[in-house]
Design a protein around this ligand. Structure first.
Ligand SMILES: C[S@@+](CC[C@H](N)C(=O)[O-])C[C@H]1O[C@@H](n2cnc3c(N)ncnc32)[C@H](O)[C@@H]1O
Length: 258
C-alpha cells in the first residue's frame, strides 16, 4: 500500500529521488527505475525494437553510443548486449547507485564504460572530452526527471553537443499530459478508464488544467523548436502501439546534419 503511494503519478521525479529508490531494497529493479512492474515486465523486446527503428545506428557496427540515464534494468542490459554484438563503444551514464546496480545485476559481463553523476552538472570532463563524437545518444524515460528541479534546456543543450555529424539523440518515452488528456477524452480512453475502474464513469478531464511539474505539448514543442532553431532536425514520433504507455507518451528525435 505504502509502495503504491511512493510510486504514485503525483510524485515529482528527480535525480535525487531516483538515487533514493536505487538504495531501497524493498523495490524491484523496475521500481528502482521508477516503473510499476506491470509497465515494464515483458515489454523490453518491444521497447528495444521501437528504439532501433528510430536509432538505426544501433544496429550498425562499431559506433559510439551513450545511454544517458541508463538505469539498471533490462533495457540497459539489452543495449549492452547489442553493443557487444555490434562492437560499439558504449558509455553508460547514471548515478553511482544506479551504475552499481547495473554492474551487479547484468546477467552476463559486458564491455562498457560507466560515468557516474548527474548530467550535465557532474559531467564536464565527458562533455569537454567527447564533444561531437557520439553517433547515438539515448535518453530514454529520463526527461521528466529533469523537468521540475533542473533545466531541460541545459540538459538537452549539453546532450546535443555530444552528437557527431549525422548523429541522433532520442528523447524517448516522454510523458505528455496533453496527449494523455486527449486520450482520456476519446472513446478508446473512456473504454480503458471504465475497464480499469470497473465502472461506467467517464474520466474527468479538464482541458485547461495547468498540471504542476508535468510535461505537456508546450514543453514538447518548445524542445522541437529550440533545436531546429539551433540547426538540428527534430521529429516528434509516436511509440509503437505495443508499448505500454503509447497512448500518453511520445518520443523526440534530434538529428545533427552530416
Ligand atoms: C525512468 S529511469 C529510465 C532508465 C532507463 N533509461 C530505462 O528506460 O530503462 C530514469 C533514469 O534516469 C536517471 N537520471 C535522471 N536524471 C539524471 C541526470 N540528470 N543525470 C544522469 N542520470 C539521470 C535516473 O537515475 C534513472 O536511472
Amino acid at each position: 500500500m505504502e509502495r503504491k503511494a511512493y510510486l504514485s503519478e503525483v510524485d515529482l521525479l528527480d535525480y535525487e529521488r531516483s538515487r533514493e529508490w536505487a538504495k531501497d531494497s524493498a523495490l524491484s529493479l523496475h521500481e528502482k527505475i521508477g516503473f510499476p512492474d506491470e509497465y515494464r515486465e515483458g515489454y523490453t523486446g518491444a521497447i528495444l525494437e521501437d528504439i532501433l527503428a528510430k536509432l538505426p545506428q544501433l544496429g550498425g557496427d562499431g559506433r559510439k553510443i551513450l545511454d544517458l540515464g541508463c538505469g539498471c534494468d533490462e533495457l540497459a542490459w539489452e543495449i549492452l548486449r547489442l553493443s557487444d554484438e555490434r562492437r560499439h563503444e558504449c558509455w553508460m551514464v547514471d548515478s553511482p547507485e544506479m551504475l552499481a546496480l547495473l554492474a551487479e545485476h547484468l546477467p552476463e559481463s559486458r564491455r562498457y564504460r560507466s560515468c557516474a553523476g548527474k548530467f550535465p552538472d557532474e559531467h564536464g570532463a565527458l562533455i569537454a572530452g567527447h564533444r561531437g563524437s557520439f553517433d547515438v545518444v539515448l535518453v530514454y524515460s529520463v526527461l521528466m526527471y529533469v523537468s521540475v528541479h533542473d533545466s531541460i534546456f541545459n540538459f538537452v543543450d549539453k546532450a546535443v553537443e555530444l552528437l557527431a555529424p549525422d548523429g541522433r539523440l532520442l528523447l524517448g518515452d516522454i510523458p505528455n499530459r496533453s496527449k494523455r488528456r486527449r486520450f482520456f477524452r476519446s472513446p478508446a480512453g473512456i473504454e480503458m478508464h471504465r475497464a480499469f475502474t470497473g465502472s461506467q464513469d467517464t474520466p474527468q478531464v479538464d482541458p485547461w488544467e495547468l498540471e504542476y511539474g508535468k510535461m505537456d505539448d508546450s514543453i514538447v514543442f518548445a524542445i522541437m523548436q529550440r533545436y531546429r532553431a539551433g540547426g538540428y532536425e527534430t521529429y516528434l514520433l509516436p511509440q509503437g502501439a505495443n508499448l505500454p504507455m503509447a497512448n500518453r507518451r511520445e518520443d523526440i528525435l534530434i538529428e545533427r546534419r552530416p
